[in-house]
Design a protein around this ligand. Structure first.
Ligand code: 2HG
Ligand code: ZN
Length: 469
């Protein structure tokens, strides 16, 4: 988009939304025009900061009338470009819609505005003796609205499910500027289509989530963590099964030694195990009275070592020790960020993980003979992150093209296993052309039809998730 068109759009904003806080500062356009992806340069016309839901309603209404594209923006921690504004759009930041509105101890719900940060909800629940259990590395800056828009998952899906499972109700502004309130906290509501669930995972393409009522649960019991070193990929599932039979697992995470090396280099710390094993798993499990959990874990460990599945392991008994072990897994994305990783976020059914991994392993070696590939992920729920690192000196565009081409055969393999090309990061801008690898033509057609109803002017996050027109 040319600068004069951008100027016209800024003037339009001033004329039609004079009450709205607007920024056209280059630094703000940069920071709020993108998420954590680095494959597109941000170029929004402006960033607006509504403070009240009514301002969002008004903005969307006039934007729909005049065909002005909007990009909803939360904590901007997305990994698929869902919040990237690269074509002169108006970014709608939810940063100032960050009030906690209501708490109900009987319903065990908290109602928040969309811009409330995930960790703030967790802390608020903990102060009231409850827990908001959706948890992931970006929880310190991701916002509830964005979590809903991408149905964020994370580290404890195995125990607690996804964001979807914790949304008791939500309000959103559709693409025509109508405010809809969906399922205000009812546990049972058999009265037709549940638009709440349509909005969850819609990546801002159907409307802007402005408020949510979240369910809370009991706080977790004390937990311990264990890191085990494996020699072979095919030992992963036997270890998972053994652990799940004996322990109350809340996480079963996987990472490769190459990922661990990056973390140790980044944090300047020693690895958790004395011997270098090519694959590692991190288990987190309930340890309520500080005894049973640990003796079960020790028994599993012995069995896994005897059978040859595990070479070495370490247990973190105290909360501090467990946290230290978690760092090895959680810090992987930040440790490799400087290498502009190309991210794959694949998932298959848990039972198919071993065969999928074996097939993928061969394919990756053939597709990326010269590039460094790191594996990690939430194997306990079937989700595998595969990150390809950009070599120093390789142009970003050439790197993206090479990875995108290689990804297609990986997606085809994923499809043959009945899997998805995005488990939890969303399709966004970066994977939009490949949606057909995990959704049928009929499904995509219906998605377009649904979008046309909720967003007839096509202004809501255009070009993301599904191509229209
Ligand atoms: C994680 O599991 C996040 O740490 C990021 O989903 C995954 O960096 C990635 O590919
Ligand atoms: Zn993840």
């Amino acid at each position: 988009m040319h600068q004069n068109e951008i100027d016209v759009r800024r003037e339009w904003l001033q004329n039609h939304c004079p009450e709205l806080a607007v920024s056209t500062e280059p630094a703000v356009l940069q920071s709020h025009g993108r998420d954590w992806t680095r494959f597109r340069e941000p170029r929004p016309a402006a960033v607006v900061f509504p403070e009240h839901v009514e301002q969002v309603v008004h903005l969307v209404r006039v934007a729909a009338e005049h065909g002005v594209p909007l990009v909803p923006s939360g904590g901007r921690t997305g990994l698929s470009g869902g919040a990237v504004a690269a074509a002169g759009e108006v970014v709608v930041s939810l940063d100032r819609l960050r009030r906690i509105l209501d708490f109900d101890a009987t319903d065990r719900t908290v109602t928040v505005e969309a811009g409330v940060v995930t960790a703030a909800v967790q802390a608020y629940a903990a102060e009231r003796g409850l827990c908001y259990p959706v948890s992931f590395g970006a929880e310190g800056s991701s916002q509830i609205g964005g979590n809903i828009a991408t149905n964020a998952g994370g580290l404890r899906v195995l125990r607690y499910g996804l964001t979807r499972d914790w949304v008791a109700g939500l309000s959103f502004v559709d693409g025509r500027g109508a405010l809809l309130e969906c399922n205000a906290g009812l546990v049972k509501n058999a009265s037709g289509f549940d638009l709440r669930h349509l909005l969850i995972g819609s990546e801002g393409t159907l409307g802007i989530v402005v408020r949510a009522m979240l369910r809370l649960t009991d706080p977790p019991p004390p937990r311990a963590a264990m890191v085990l070193g494996l020699d072979r990929l095919d030992a992963l599932m036997p270890v998972f099964r053994a652990a799940r039979e004996a322990l109350a697992l809340s996480a079963f995470e996987f990472f490769s030694a190459t990922a661990l090396q990056r973390v140790c280099a980044h944090l300047g710390c020693a690895p958790p195990l004395a011997e270098a094993c090519p694959f590692l798993v991190l288990l987190e499990f309930d340890n309520p009275d500080g005894e049973d959990g640990l003796s079960f874990a020790a028994a599993i460990y012995d069995r896994c070592v005897e059978t040859g599945w595990v070479r070495e392991g370490v247990i973190g008994e105290s909360a501090t020790q467990a946290r230290a072990l978690w760092r090895y897994r959680e810090a992987i994305p930040e440790s490799i960020a400087a290498a502009t990783p190309y991210k794959n976020d694949l998932a298959v059914r848990i039972s198919r993980v071993p065969d999928f991994l074996a097939a993928l392993d061969g394919q990756v070696a053939a597709q990326y003979p010269e590039l460094e590939v790191l594996w990690y992920g939430h194997i306990g729920d079937g989700n595998l992150h595969m990150n390809v690192l950009k070599p120093d000196g390789m142009a970003l565009e050439a790197f993206e093209q090479a990875c995108a081409a290689a990804s297609r055969s990986i997606y085809a393999l994923t499809r043959s296993f009945g899997g998805t090309i995005s488990a939890e990061h969303g399709i966004g801008l970066l994977k939009q052309a490949d949606l057909g690898y995990c959704r049928s033509a009929a499904e995509i057609e219906h998605m377009r039809g649904i979008k046309a109803v909720l967003d007839p002017a096509g202004i809501m996050n255009p070009g993301k998730l599904i191509a229209v027109g």
